[in-house]
Design a protein around this ligand. Structure first.
Ligand code: SF4
Length: 383
């Protein structure tokens, strides 16, 4: 027992020495603190096997992402199906069940955080105004890129790869200049608003595997706060959140009613690919804004959940049949053609089951667990 106690004491001593060393080293590498920041604590939340596991998963997903990117260029027939008809249809479900786990391993997040992990980020802080601007930009990018799928991306691997390279470049540049996740993962990423909308009641909350220690890079931190916290009224964040929450159900409905252009879109096809989703977006947005105006204030969060449930239900209502060859435009978005072997009623049963599940998950299920990832200990905290 004495031997054990002695060893424990020695280990603790060494741990404190290492922590002190690490603190000094980090302090030297810190940018000068402005008056509004306070240095609180230095420690890593991820240790041992857990750290090894998440780092391995991050590299594995990054390599899969890279493989997918290369296949879009060199094996486009495989690449477009793997990307648009396997990965993308799974994404909304992943955000719903465990947005934090996805954010821990997303290949674009890894690209955005290379500068942080390999220490070549300038680690600037984004002002609140800029955060609002980026949140508007992310919603804008989403509503611009998704209709382009019908025009070119759904059937063109190289065009999809160029789009991904463009997004990856922006993620990297964002990470090179701004601290941790502020510019990309919590800013301009066009998937982030959808994560926020669907990830209101996640079922799994892992450790935050990218941040190490919290730099308080963005306030409020989307990984660490309850999604029931509403943005400040009349802020740009509020505007982008309203646009997304209210507009997404209509946008999705309109998007599924436009066919893919297979022969290079002419002007009319281009107009339809954008005009229909945007027009139906406007309809549900107006409905949402009016309901928000006239319903009691305490129903506002409930209303947002109803629109989130409507969006994800609408998505899978159309996506499930199209994956199986039963889509409105059978050639589009088809993963496997089962239209000759699978009875129609079973497809309808899947659609109804999906809608019932999303309604239960977002509207009926009682849960307190609404945080995507456990915030690591603070390195820096803004007062
Ligand atoms: S946990 Fe801290 S460092 Fe990580 S994204 Fe949130 S605020 Fe930024």
């Amino acid at each position: 027992m004495r031997v054990f106690n002695f060893r424990l004491t020695k280990i603790t001593e060494w741990q404190s020495k290492l922590a002190l060393f690490s603190r000094i080293e980090r302090r030297n590498s810190e940018p000068p603190m402005s008056k509004i920041y306070t240095q609180i604590q230095v420690s890593e939340s991820l240790l041992g096997n857990e750290k090894l596991l998440w780092r391995s998963l991050q590299w594995a997903f990054f390599m899969v992402g890279l493989g997918l990117f290369l296949s879009l260029i060199f094996f486009p027939d495989f690449g477009v199906v793997a990307f648009w008809d396997v990965l993308i249809p799974l994404a909304p479900l992943l955000f719903l069940l465990g947005a934090g786990a996805w954010r821990n391993v997303c290949p674009l997040a890894s690209v955005a955080l290379f500068p942080h992990h390999f220490k070549f980020s300038k680690r600037r802080r984004l002002s609140t105004k800029w955060q609002g601007g980026l949140s508007m930009g992310s919603v804008g990018l989403l509503f611009l890129i998704v209709p382009a799928r019908h025009l070119v991306l759904n059937n063109d691997g190289v065009a999809t790869a160029i789009t991904l390279a463009f997004l990856g470049g922006m993620a990297l540049i964002g990470g090179m200049f701004f601290d941790v996740k502020s510019a990309w993962c919590a800013g301009l990423c066009p998937v982030h608003p959808v994560e926020k909308l669907y990830g209101q009641k996640v079922g799994y909350t892992p450790a935050n595997a990218h941040c190490g220690a919290c730099h308080n890079c963005v306030i409020p931190c989307p990984d660490s706060i309850s999604k029931q916290v509403a943005p400040k009224p009349r802020s740009l964040q509020d505007l982008s959140s309203t646009l997304l929450t209210g507009g997404l159900p209509g946008f999705i409905w309109g998007w599924f009613h436009v066919p893919d252009c297979r022969s290079g879109g002419n002007l009319m096809e281009c107009l339809t690919a954008y005009a229909l989703p945007w027009a139906t977006l406007a309809l549900t947005l107006i409905t949402y804004v009016l309901l928000r105006k006239f319903l009691p204030k305490d129903l506002e969060k409930r209303l947002a959940s109803v629109f989130a449930a409507a969006s994800i239900s609408c998505y899978y209502w159309y996506r499930i049949p199209s994956l199986l060859g039963y889509g409105l435009f059978p050639q589009d978005g088809r993963l496997i053609d089962l239209s000759q072997s699978l009875p129609l009623w079973s497809v309808v049963a899947m659609q109804v089951a999906a809608v019932a599940f999303f309604g239960w998950w977002l509207l009926l299920r009682k849960t307190e667990q609404t945080v995507w990832a456990v915030r690591p200990p603070y390195l820096v905290k803004r007062k």
